[in-house]
Design a binder for this molecule. Structure first.
Ligand SMILES: [Zn+2]
Length: 89
């Protein structure tokens, strides 16, 4: 049965963080301080590069494969909740 009174609201959109690498932060769901794990995801920059590559097809591969253009999402290692996000744009 769901215990609604003790549930902690989790932000739907994680806040921007400047970190590229894992860092220590507070997880609102687990209510512990932990070191994040990072995942790279395609973001707005990848979409803009894709549109640019329609005109320059020789660079087509780089817009989705090169990880330096991807956004970085920081997650709690325990519950996988996104606790921060570093967008490229
Ligand atoms: Zn957590």
């Amino acid at each position: 049965m769901l215990d609604i009174e003790n549930m902690v609201p989790v932000e739907a959109d994680p806040p921007y963080v400047p970190h590229k690498k894992p860092y220590r932060t507070y997880c609102p769901r687990c209510q512990i301080v932990t070191t994040t794990v990072t995942h790279r995801k395609c973001g707005l920059l990848n979409l803009l590069l894709f549109i640019l590559c329609l005109f320059l097809p020789c660079f087509f591969v780089f817009c989705f494969w090169c990880k330096c253009f991807k956004d970085i999402e920081h997650q709690c290692p325990e519950c996988k909740t996104p606790v921060g996000r570093r967008d490229r744009i």
